[in-house]
Structures are given as structure tokens and as C-alpha cells.
Design a binder for this molecule. Structure first.
Ligand SMILES: [Zn+2]
Length: 125
């Protein structure tokens, strides 16, 4: 039986292990979302690229009043290579009140209640 994993299965497998990858098209040199086997622009095969140290930017942020975990209750909308992800923000290294536009990178990712979560941290240069 043919059991080769598709990109979506590989993607969720990486995320489950805490490895932050995103689908990337080498031909278009672009991050492509959502994870599929082929690029929606040129139809070539996508690869999963490690984005552990890739920096994104906070577009918006808000407090998640329904999240009882105080360490995780700032939610951020992050633009990273033209794709937008929603995640929480690690709060240990915030040194300014206005965090809009701040550079972030991934700190943790994985699954909680069968949903993918991303936790970002601010990159203070
Ligand atoms: Zn492409």
C-alpha cells in the first residue's frame, strides 16, 4: 500500500514535535499557505522549511480574557514572510508598552486540544 505522507501530514508531524516549519516554494521563493503538496502559484512541489530563527512582525495584539493562563494571555497576529499566523506572546522580554510592529520569532509550537498553537517571543536587538 502506498503510504507516502503528504505535506499537510508532514507539517502536522513537525508541529507535534515542536518543530516550526512552513511550506516553501523554491521556484517562487515564497512561503505558501496552507500546507499542500504543490505551490498554488506555479504548481511545483513544496518543501517544508525550518523557520525556527525566522523573524516576523506583530501586526496586532490583544488580551485573551478567556485564557486563564496569565503567561499566555497576550495574543498576537504575526506577519512572517507574507503569511499571517495567530499565536500567544511569551512575556518575559517585553520592554515596551506598545508592541505593535515589534520583531518576533517562534518560541514554542505544538498541539493543545487538537489545535495547533504558536508561541512567539519578541526579539530585542
Ligand atoms: Zn511556486
Amino acid at each position: 500500500m502506498h503510504t507516502k505522507k503528504n505535506n499537510l501530514q508532514k507539517f502536522t508531524g513537525y508541529i507535534e514535535k515542536g518543530r516550526f516549519v512552513l511550506p516553501y516554494c523554491k521556484t517562487c521563493r515564497k512561503t505558501i499557505w496552507p500546507p499542500t503538496n504543490n505551490c498554488r502559484i506555479c504548481l511545483n512541489n513544496l518543501t517544508l522549511k525550518n523557520y525556527k530563527n525566522k523573524q516576523g512582525k506583530i501586526l496586532e495584539y490583544f488580551l485573551d480574557k478567556f485564557n486563564n493562563n496569565l503567561a499566555n494571555n497576550i495574543m498576537v497576529l504575526v506577519e512572517l514572510d507574507e503569511i499571517i499566523l495567530i499565536g500567544s506572546l511569551h512575556q518575559d522580554n517585553i520592554n515596551s508598552r506598545n508592541i505593535q510592529g515589534k520583531k518576533v520569532r517562534i518560541k514554542k509550537c505544538g498541539f493543545i486540544d487538537k489545535k495547533i498553537f504558536y508561541q512567539f517571543e519578541i526579539v530585542n536587538n
